[in-house]
Write a protein that binds this ligand. Structure first.
Ligand code: ADP
Ligand code: MG
Length: 395
């Protein structure tokens, strides 16, 4: 990686401003799922162990540029304090004279959490003056929020530039480093054979990803709703299935371009309604009955995919194989997760829904890396420059 990380800088005695992704689900005024807080712990603990004072900041939910009391960071500070085993002081704002005074007076080993950055409209507007105010709080900036690195906001992009303009460093934290390493290496320099698996709802969301992976992988397996549009391009009648008419031409072009490398489902679970109570059956892709819809890949397809995966050394998976949120259409996704969990290969999962499905499968710890950033992981796989990464100090 060509960006500096916290290992490349001296943090002892410094006040370190860290952008984390603490955008966690809340319920009854408490943190309902602390996965993202835990994911930031290695960076926070490293900084504390190396004599830094830590100033944390994050957005939470969508307060739309004003103070929304239910979206204050207090429950996050409470949970983080439990996890760290030391006090975490939550400040009333993320900028301003009071916040500046507290940050100036911090001693090594102290941790503060700033208030929700999105209480200020300047955050999403990437306002330079606001970013400079944030930067003034620390001697050094660390970005450990991969999940928002694809957004040029004040706390992700503007602050990094502002910190460097005032002579400080802007570096990646461990979580950010891990994401960039695994997602980056998988696509830039994969150990081969390299197999990509794509699914999910729509082709149009992921054309860039499909194209880039198709150029680089040895095989590309396609499942989920997006397979329907490929079948439509092959001239099949897909009944009531989700088909993107405006993407049929693109799918046809990809079929031509991909030829031998593309692997499509050989059977589909179809239903007579979009419902858990629907009647279902398994049909060939050219056999979807009128009025029925394809909601999962069938059992033969998992066998086909398993063969296509055999011997692979690197696998990237984005997109569920079916409507895994409904039990009758979840099997393709979970069976695939099981196949991947058994493989002796680097297996990387990107995409918000796919990551959720893998966690639900209970097999998460058998995967090499599950990206914490949904949109960011897709943009990264697509080869786009993430503004929050680009703004960091070069090696
Ligand atoms: P990710 O967030 O991992 O990138 P997507 O958002 O692209 O994945 O796709 C996930 C969604 O795709 C899920 O909500 C799932 O229900 C839906 N989906 C998968 N297969 C189908 C299908 N055959 N028909 C309709 N929706 C589908
Ligand atoms: Mg999604």
């Amino acid at each position: 990686m060509n960006k500096k990380t916290i290992r490349d800088v001296d943090v002892a005695g410094k006040r370190v401003l860290v952008r984390v992704d603490f955008n966690v689900p809340l319920a009854d005024g408490k943190v309902a799922d602390d996965t993202r807080i835990r994911a930031a712990l290695p960076t926070i603990q490293y900084l504390l162990d190396h004599g830094a004072a830590v100033i944390l900041m994050s957005h939470l939910g969508r307060p739309k540029g004003k103070v929304v009391p239910e979206l204050r960071m207090d429950p996050v500070a409470a949970r983080l304090s439990e996890l760290l085993g030391r006090p975490v002081r939550k400040l009333g704002d993320c900028v301003g004279p009071e916040v500046e005074a507290v940050c100036r007076a911090l001693s090594p080993g102290e941790v503060v959490l700033l208030e929700n950055t999105r209480f200020h409209p300047e955050e999403r507007a990437n306002d330079p003056a606001f970013a400079a105010q944030l930067a003034s709080l620390g001697d050094l900036y660390v970005n450990d929020a991969f999940g928002t690195a694809h957004r040029a906001h004040a706390s992700t992009e503007g602050v990094a530039r502002a910190m460097r303009e005032r002579g400080g460093e802007a570096v990646a934290g461990f979580l950010m480093e891990k994401e960039l390493k695994f997602l980056g290496e998988a696509v830039e320099n994969p150990e081969r054979p390299f197999v990509a698996i794509l699914g999910g709802a729509k082709i149009s969301d992921k054309i860039g990803v499909i194209q880039r992976l198709l150029e680089r992988c040895d095989r590309l397996l396609i499942g989920g709703g997006m397979a329907n549009t490929f079948f439509k391009a092959m001239g099949f009648d897909m009944g009531e299935s989700l088909v993107e008419e405006e993407a049929v031409e693109t799918a046809g072009a990809l079929l031509k371009q991909g030829r031998s490398r593309l692997v499509l489902p050989v059977d589909l679970v179809v239903a007579d309604a979009f419902s858990e109570e629907a009647h279902t059956k398994v049909v060939a892709p050219d056999g979807v009955p009128a009025g029925w819809r394809a909601l999962d890949v069938g059992p033969k397809t998992i066998g086909t995919f398993e063969s296509a995966l055999s011997g692979a050394r690197t696998v990237v998976w984005n997109g569920p194989m079916g409507v895994f949120e409904m039990e009758p259409f979840a099997r393709g996704t979970f069976d695939l997760a099981e196949v991947l969990a058994k493989m002796e290969a680097t297996v990387i999962v990107g995409g918000g829904d796919t990551a959720a499905a893998v966690r639900q499968s209970g097999l998460a710890d058998r995967f090499t890396h599950i990206s914490t950033g949904g949109g960011a992981s897709l943009e990264f796989l697509e080869g786009k420059v993430l503004p929050g990464v680009a703004a960091l100090s070069d090696r």
